[in-house]
Design a protein around this ligand. Structure first.
Ligand code: ADP
Ligand code: MG
Length: 321
């Protein structure tokens, strides 16, 4: 390819992004960055690429909000402190000491790591925890789990203020109850609730798999687009398991409560956010509201590019696979 052809291709990529930039300008997009995406060996690179995507979104006029977890990092500090991690139904048992460790890791380590990575590019990101401005109000879920919280209310004022001032809020998912007791709260759940409270255009989960699979062991079974109702079936028949459960529940809740689209994307893919948002090739799994399945959009992305294998179509009578 000649240098001129290559330059032409780059120009085409930019032009392809134009309708999406126009459409998403001024729109709020909540991105949950998984603890697993932060862990691992290529840690640093993945974080830098993610930060570039967030800055790009902000610079083209979107209002990105980052919500992060930190499960692996909490487990790592627990083991360094010689404290073992106990799980009940996939949820970390969180005694008083553990919630202190979780708060320390999320707000003291993971959150400033993300903020710093974004702010390499300018003074954009501000880190907050759910305690700030009463952002995340919580209550104890189950005494057996200790200080694991369920969200009782989201007070998005602090986040809205930051967005209006053109900052990128980066949220650590510690919440507190009326007495000031801290709780560790599932970041997937918080991301969904914050997206709803902000009236976000999109809710995006970055995780460690290419999207939802209709057969969990089969990488070829990616579900490209689905509805909240179809997801009910996949949860009921056990197709959705483990860490996907809170993501899917949040996607369903969000699209049924005003968020236009929810996406589950592979955070291991370089610039996956830019690929999803600004190119015609949608990527990962997109969840739409039940009455929105046949929605025809003003851009090609969600119609042609989402053409998919018949097995992935949410049919009224799905055959169990
Ligand atoms: P994160 O750190 O992003 O929250 P999790 O490990 O909690 O990551 O959740 C993602 C995991 O959910 C996947 O790696 C996969 O093992 C599991 N999973 C369960 N059911 C499915 C499914 N139907 N499709 C895809 N992944 C699934
Ligand atoms: Mg998880």
């Amino acid at each position: 390819m000649s240098a001129l052809d290559a330059a032409g291709q780059r120009a085409e990529t930019l032009v392809e992004a134009l309708p999406y930039i126009r459409r998403f300008s001024g729109k709020t997009v909540v991105v949950k960055y998984g603890g697993n995406a932060l862990a691992g060996t290529s840690d640093h690179d993945a974080l830098a690429l993610f930060a570039e995507d967030i800055v790009m979104m902000r610079l083209v006029g979107m209002r990105p909000v980052v919500v992060h977890g930190g499960g692996p990092q909490i487990s790592a500090l627990m083991s360094r402190l010689g404290k073992s991690t106990e799980f009940v139904d996939g949820l970390r048992v969180t005694d008083a000491e553990t919630v202190g460790i979780a708060r320390m890791v999320l707000k003291g380590q993971v959150n400033p790591q993300l903020v710093a990575a974004i702010n390499v590019h300018g003074n954009y990101a501000v880190g907050v925890s759910g305690v700030d401005g009463g952002l995340i109000r919580a209550e104890m879920r189950d005494p057996r789990l200790g200080f694991v919280g369920d969200v009782t209310a989201i007070n998005p004022g602090v986040v809205e203020g930051l967005l209006d001032d053109e900052f990128v809020p980066v949220i650590a998912t510690i919440g507190s109850d009326a007495t000031g007791q801290a709780f560790n709260i599932n970041a997937d759940t918080v991301a969904g609730r914050i997206a709803e409270a902000l009236g976000a255009e999109k809710l995006v989960y970055l995780t460690d798999i290419e999207g939802l699979r209709s057969r969990v062991e089969d990488p070829g079974s990616l579900i490209r687009q689905t509805t909240a109702a179809h997801l009910d079936e996949l949860v009921a028949d056990g197709t959705i398991g483990g860490g996907m459960i809170p993501k899917v529940a949040s996607c369903q809740h969000a699209v049924r409560n005003g968020v236009r689209r929810a996406h589950i994307l592979d955070g291991r893919i370089a610039h996956v956010l830019l690929l999803e948002l600004f190119t015609d090739d949608g990527i990962g799994t997109m969840v739409v509201a039940d009455d929105d399945a046949d929605d025809v959009d003003d851009t090609a992305h969600e119609t042609t590019a989402r053409a998919r294998a018949p097995s992935d179509v949410a049919s009224p009578d799905p055959t169990p696979s």
